[in-house]
Write a protein that binds this ligand. Structure first.
Ligand code: R5P
Length: 281
């Protein structure tokens, strides 16, 4: 049985279809004091709980779902976290700070036998889970699917060095094009400094690829350094698109944003369900 969190209903349905398993009818409610309550149907055997932790409320909801499926009869719980919130806080950044990714991983670990996530910002966060198995799948190749077949001399760019391999995997899935990256320095939570890539993009179709677009600062800053591209598209696994990110990207000249459904947004053009199902089947 597949049990969905409120923020992952589309992906959970796609996963249930891929695996040929039942999708549970989950009820989400709140008590008058604001506390959440969930309800799941009776079950047994392996249960897959699917919930992106896109907010503090969905973190709590995931913990409640894990406990509910145990109460309902599950004897093996697999927790799929398509987008793992707090994963970018993978270390204490200053004295007195927590290792937030570790704190949430420990909490999630208490209710599950296994954890599966998608393109965590740092793979090292998997070590923070105290479970039998914690793994990650790569959904980046899905991002090539919605791209037009006739991109002109395409260039796939990562906004920083660590995203170049991601850009390369999208290029490989697309079938042609160059790969390069910008140099990025983060100045604050919402400000970055980007040095231009050496790639000559004049007259070419550019796809800038990253694991996540959050505030859009990284992408929009990178795009300002592109000299006369024919077009600019943004592709990301996790289209968080917080605050005015879409406006920033539009202002920077982005013609299309492509994301997966690890975070369900209007730009979630492709599903990560097939790559998750490959591991769970
Ligand atoms: C950081 O290294 C990540 O790969 C992303 O580039 C970053 O998290 C995006 O954040 P934002 O959209 O807020 O610049």
């Amino acid at each position: 049985m597949i049990v969905s969190g409120s923020a992952s209903q589309g992906l959970a349905a796609a996963l249930a279809a891929e695996l040929g398993e039942d999708l549970a009818r989950v009820e989400f409610d709140r008590f008058p004091d604001g506390e959440q309550i969930v309800s799941v149907p009776p079950t047994d055997g392996r249960v897959v709980v699917v919930g992106s932790t896109v907010s503090d409320a969905t973190h709590v909801e995931l913990l409640l779902l894990q406990d509910a499926v145990r109460e309902a009869g599950a004897d093996h719980v697999v927790t799929v976290i398509p987008y793992l919130g707090y994963a970018r806080q993978d270390q204490a950044f200053a004295a007195g700070h927590p290792v937030s990714a570790r704190a949430v991983a420990r909490a999630i670990s208490t209710g599950t036998d296994e954890v599966l996530t998608v393109n965590p910002h740092e793979r090292g966060v998997l070590d923070y889970f105290e479970v039998d198995a914690a793994a990650a799948v790569d959904a980046s190749r899905c991002l090539a699917t919605p791209l037009p077949d006739d991109l002109v001399d395409p260039v796939f760019l990562g906004p920083d060095a660590s995203a170049e391999s991601l850009a390369g995997r999208v290029r490989d899935a697309y079938g042609s094009g160059a790969v390069d990256h910008f140099e990025k320095t983060r100045l604050s939570g919402s400000e970055v400094e980007i040095a231009p890539s050496d790639a000559d993009v004049a007259g070419r179709d550019v796809v800038v690829v990253d694991d996540i677009v959050a505030t859009g600062s990284t992408m929009s800053e990178a795009i300002t350094h592109l000299a006369d591209p024919a077009s600019v598209r943004v592709a990301c696994v996790h289209p968080l698109l917080a605050s005015n990110a879409r406006l920033k990207l539009g202002d920077a000249g982005v013609t299309e944003i492509i994301g997966t459904d690890t975070i369900e947004r209007p730009v979630s053009r492709v599903s990560a369900a097939p790559v998750i199902a490959d591991v769970l089947a």
